[in-house]
Design a protein around this ligand. Structure first.
Ligand code: 4AZ
Length: 245
């Protein structure tokens, strides 16, 4: 996160760290992406975070990545479901969404606490200019390797027309994504934040409208962050969650 502030304990309890290691290895898991807890056993993340050859785990309820906090819950990923139309081109990333099914017994995986809670799914898109919050452990203006402490920043939703202007991203955007941030630059998500939440408050409830997906560098003028548009995938999310035994 560029232009961010340290998150206070319990302020973003749906944020998870998605971590990988080679299958059947004894090496520690390595944080690769963010994710969003949407029910006890399901996490939303970006499709481009998923390497099917790796073992994944999810850490919830922790602000720090360099020590295991007493509030942390670590759960293995049982399976990952990548969107069928996920596609990367040199210009953009399309349908960048995946679901992680956590290991657990009869619908019980994450324990809800002050530090671990689910985010709500949206009903409908919000107007351009709405203020929302992004968070993650990704690269910052001072560290390309990311932050040990979870950071957050406020960003504004940018309309599709504005973000498709030639000086911004041009005609590569589709309805599976939207832009958020500031055209003057400075405040943005970055590498390592991918898959993490963009939430907006509706009636004092945080609703996940976006997942960190891509952008041209980070914090640059006329290059805002691009987020997976969760409202476009509500039927996909619900059908995959129902179909999974
Ligand atoms: C990345 O490389 C990435 N500024 C993620 C987000 C943004 C840029 C790059 C948005 O994963």
């Amino acid at each position: 996160i560029f232009g961010g502030l340290k998150v206070s304990p319990g302020a973003i309890p749906w944020q998870v760290s998605v971590q990988e290691r080679p299958k059947n290895s004894i090496s520690p898991h390595r944080p690769i992406c963010g994710g969003v807890l949407i029910s006890s056993c399901w996490v939303l993340t970006a499709a481009h975070c998923i390497d099917k050859s790796k073992e994944l785990q999810v850490v919830m309820g922790s602000l720090s990545l360099d020590r295991v906090e007493p509030t942390a819950q670590t759960v293995e990923v049982e399976s990952s479901i990548v969107h069928e139309n996920y596609r990367e081109t040199p210009e953009a990333v399309y349908n960048d969404i995946a679901l992680l099914r956590l290991k657990g017994t009869d619908g019980f995986c994450a324990n809800e606490t002050q530090y671990v809670k689910t985010a709500c799914l949206p009903d409908a898109q919000l107007p351009d200019g709405t203020e929302c919050t992004i968070s993650g452990w990704g690269a910052t203006e001072t560290s390309e390797y990311g932050s040990n402490h979870l950071l957050e920043a406020d960003v504004l939703l940018i309309g599709q027309e504005k973000c498709s202007e030639p000086k911004v991203y041009g005609k590569v955007l589709d309805n599976s994504m939207f832009c958020a941030g500031y055209l003057q630059g400075g405040v943005d998500s970055c590498q390592g934040d991918s898959g993490g939440p963009l939430t907006c408050k509706e009636n004092n409830t945080s609703v996940v409208h976006g997942l960190v997906s891509w952008g041209d560098k980070c914090g640059s003028k006329n290059k805002p962050g691009v987020y997976t548009r969760v409202t476009e995938f509500l039927n996909w999310i619900k059908s995959k969650m129902q179909a999974s035994p």
